[in-house]
Design a protein around this ligand. Sequence first.
Ligand code: ATP
Ligand code: MG
Length: 569
Amino acid sequence: MSENENKELMPEKEGGLNFVEQIVADDLKAGKNGGRLSTRFPPEPNGYLHIGHAKAICMDFGVAEKFGGTCNLRFDDTNPVKEDVEYVDSIREDIHWLGFDWGDREYYASDYFPQLYDLALRMIKEGKAYVDEQTSEQIAEQKGTPTQPGVESPYRNRPIAENLDLFQRMNAGEFEEGSMVLRAKIDMASSNMHFRDPIMYRIIKHSHHRTGDKWKVYPMYDFAHGQSDYFEGVTHSICTLEFVPHRPLYEYFVKELADDSYCPRQIEFNRLNLTYTVLSKRKLLQLVKEGLVDGWDDPRMPTISGLRRRGYTPESIKSFINRIGYTKYEAVNDISLLEYSIREDLNKRATRVCAVIDPVKVVISNYPEDLTEYMEMENNPEDPESGTHKMPFSREIYIERDDFMENPPKKFFRMTPGGEVRLKGAYIVKCTGCKKDADGNVEEIYCEYDPDTKSGMPGSMRKVKGTLHWVSARHCADAEVRLYDRLFNVENASEVKDRDFHELLNPDSMKVVEHAKIEPFLAENAKPGDHFQFQRIGYFTPDKKDSKPGKLVFNRTITLKDSWQKINK
Ligand code: ATP
Ligand code: MG
């Protein structure tokens, strides 16, 4: 679905509120939950957060902020096999970086294991749960289909005392993983498949990052989530559309606890899906494990930490999320809209500098050999407050190799023998020729400058068609530049099933330039977290892992223009 169609299907907004905010506003007005508003963001600490999570974070924290409520951070740590403290730490850092804070409300589903276990015992005693000794395959076979009722387990009607005894022994570690589960006794013929005696607990014999080896049974998502919301006093449990069919079960379990005065409510919105990207944590983990990227924060990853390392700003991510909006319809969002948002933001904030990525030397033969002039360069024409910095000019400079052509086609307005170009912020020069090596590669270009064309001089108003960026050969510094591009070559990378995932990777997603030439101002001032526009090339940021004084490394955040539109459409 295209972005436009997506907009048309957007539920009506009243007073600038999206549909979730509208529900919250109505509930508050009606005095539900004693007029309280409490949301939660519930990540499972089994991977790093990605841009899809950012959409959920902006909703969960944003709605609380907007209506004076609170938002909890709850780690949904119910599967010790996949979870890790490294993920917990990264999740905290990423939420803070996006500009949200949960105060002292950091919770863990594992904090509620005792209460959940007690609820399970109570449900067994009330005849609402039983221990099933069938294999998971047998259970799946008996599930039926949406149009065909399921088959009841032979263990469904075993005596309460036996269920109690077995469940307690499951937790004592007496039985092997997979040998039995606790199931809710609901309705094997229900039209909602989730009601066909869902599993509440399974045996897992793996140490948990918080509770160690205390528990041998772990609750399933459906048995943990709503109750955790209830224990925390969450009023609006906002999640993505795939949980719509789970909602009746959410309500079923929550009713075991709630009364009329307070009951959490689940509301669903559409996930963020991006073209040329995968967002499944399983696939992202695979990229990391196979070394196809440089960790979770590789600048090509759609993770928050990857986007941060790439040079994305929280503002650009939030403005993108605002643009795509929240609806009740699944859609795929165009990655060029995200790229547009970062260009728009960096255009406002990035300092303009000169860097030459693929340098070739130019000798200005009529310029004095020992002279250095300092040219005044604007830091950012979009920001009148940003001021200027000085850039040295001398007899030998570097320009981009592809800004010169000996035998150019028509409409080539860059450097060519006999032609004139302006060197940005400096002089107009006329090219007089070049020197080539035995293979015909250009080694050096020769020019003459017109002293009358310096900025402020009468000749500076003279018009020439091309303006080139440059750096002074004697003054510039070397830097490594990493030219990042999209990680996948195909638009629907997350949906392709008939081709191996590896075939979909863009082989040109990273190009390393080891010896780019950068102006001294950049070499002296670049710090991680800064944003620069390399004139005519793109937006760049120092790499926070590898860039050091003396060995600067820059990541390309994004090109100045969208080159994919033309090539791939
Ligand atoms: P997995 O890939 O393992 O299914 P997940 O991406 O759902 O995991 P969680 O840690 O369970 O990850 O997600 C935390 C919250 O973020 C959930 O409320 C979920 O709905 C939301 N979320 C996850 N992916 C997206 C997405 N692409 N768009 C919007 N919200 C998302
Ligand atoms: Mg999930």
